[in-house]
Design a protein around this ligand. Structure first.
Ligand code: SAM
Ligand code: SF4
Length: 435
């Protein structure tokens, strides 16, 4: 029997989530039904991440779990798509028991997936061709949410931070023409979308002729979409034009995600980040001066090769000094093929864990202190859905702080903007009541 239904499971960043929405659209136009229950599927695709080793280990574990489904359905096909597929390509086929993986497709090969699935019933199919042009133009993603949407403004990355696989798994930078982005935003607004996040590995590299990211952001604000967010900014490329737009345009959210990676200049240099700690500090000061109430979040890696106690202290001191609103913190994970994997001075695993633990404790204290400052204020929240215990609602503020609240008003629902009086905090989450 020919496979006709596909189940997609997505791991990793927002870009992967958006890619799965594109894959859903591509498969639907190729004659497949994308199902929400894996027991109904003839094909199971895992859209994977390769940024850290534990993301790949998770996929190994998951394939092990899912392989039992073949007992009742021997014709069931499995595929690995996304960054892990791109990184490992054909090597993935023999890695799993009984050659269970039949499809391997990298992030630029999704248009060919319908054909690949057809072929996979009789043979293994691997397609990891990277493209300098593919941006999935002309594909209307099947969105998982009817109020918040992601849109790609660029794909790929040319930065080659020494620890990172992304330039190898997602290929060269390419921007999507301004006109197409704006047309997409207008369509989303017409369909009642309240929030759009503009995505790129380094949005500050966006270019369409003379148009840079700040101008794109300004034009995006003209469409009148309720809230516009963007991810991710690179400190080496960001400039004050973006802060001017954020300050001027009420619908551009006052949240900046600005990965720091390390608070030591020596480590930043071997990471190939191309900025210094002082330059980073100056950007934060400028952002906080120009954009009233801006929240700044970051990414930091602990235990990068050569990171000694002094470098680690420098990162901790910098965190204390800047007081980030939120920090994603990672243990350094060695990635084959990257420059950092060849560097001397590997930091023992237990030291990486201990440094990460100390940093998490510090960030939690900072965040609790900052979130306490919101108690007594009234903040606008975009509702994402019912709270976990179903007694109220949860959503996010413009500055991206999670909020759980109760509301008497029956008009409150997913996708509504609600004013919430903040009464408490758990540390990371604000607790309140709709007013
Ligand atoms: N382009 C974005 C940027 O420049 O920050 C994000 C890309 S990456 C998928 C997200 C984060 O993963 C990075 O900011 C970095 O902190 C972390 N990361 C990347 N490679 C890593 C590695 N080998 N080990 C640990 N963390 C890593
Ligand atoms: Fe990776 Fe650096 Fe590119 Fe971000 S900017 S995706 S960390 S290489």
């Amino acid at each position: 029997m020919k496979p006709s239904s596909v189940y997609i499971e997505t791991y990793g960043c927002q870009m992967n989530k958006l890619d799965s929405e594109n894959v859903t659209a591509i498969l639907a136009s190729g004659g497949y039904t994308v199902v929400g229950d894996l027991h109904e599927a003839d094909v199971i695709l895992l859209n994977t991440c390769a940024v850290r080793d534990n993301a790949e280990q998770r996929i190994h574990g998951r394939i092990g779990e899912l392989s039992s489904l073949r007992r009742g359905k021997p014709e069931l096909l499995f595929g690995i798509i996304g960054c892990m597929a791109q990184r490992l390509g054909e090597q993935l086929i023999p890695r799993f028991n009984r050659g269970i993986i039949r499809i391997v497709a990298g992030p630029d090969s999704y248009r060919r997936l319908p054909d690949m699935i057809r072929l996979a019933s009789s043979d293994y199919v691997v397609d990891t061709e990277l493209s300098n042009e593919e941006t999935y133009r002309g594909i209307e993603p099947v969105r998982h949410d009817d109020h918040s949407a992601w849109i790609d403004v660029m794909r790929g990355c040319d930065n080659y931070c020494s620890y990172c696989v992304v330039p190898y798994t997602r290929g060269r930078e390419r921007s999507i023409p301004l006109g197409e982005i704006i047309a997409e935003l207008e369509r989303l607004k017409e369909h009642g979308y309240r929030e759009v996040t503009l995505l790129g590995q380094n949005v500050n590299s966006y270019r369409d002729g003379d148009v840079d990211f700040a101008e794109l952001l300004d034009c995006a604000a003209d469409t009148g979409i309720g809230w516009i967010r963007f991810l991710t900014s690179h400190p080496k490329d960001i400039d004050s034009k973006i802060f001017d737009v954020m300050a001027r345009r009420a619908n551009v959210c006052n949240h900046l995600h600005l990965p720091l990676q390390s608070g030591s200049d020596r480590i930043l240099n071997t990471m190939n980040r191309r900025y210094t700690v002082d330059q980073y500090r100056a950007i934060v000061e400028q952002a906080r001066t120009l954009v009233h109430g801006i929240n700044i979040s970051t990414d930091i890696i602990f235990g990068f090769p050569g990171e000694n106690d002094e470098d680690f202290r420098a990162t901790i001191n910098f965190m204390e000094d800047i007081r980030f609103d939120f920090t994603f913190m990672y243990r350094y994970s060695e990635r084959e093929g990257t420059k950092a994997s060849l560097l001397p001075g590997k930091v023992p695993g237990e030291v990486r864990i201990e440094r990460l633990k100390q940093a998490i404790e510090l960030q939690n204290t900072i965040m609790r202190g900052k979130n306490k400052e919101h108690i007594g204020s009234t903040l606008v929240v975009l509702v994402k859905g019912p709270s976990k215990d179903s007694t109220g609602w949860y959503g996010f503020t413009e500055t991206n702080i999670p909020v759980v609240f109760i509301a008497d008003d029956s008009s409150v629902g997913k996708g509504s903007f609600v004013s919430v009086r903040i009464e408490n905090t758990t540390g990371a989450t604000l607790i309140g009541k709709a007013v």
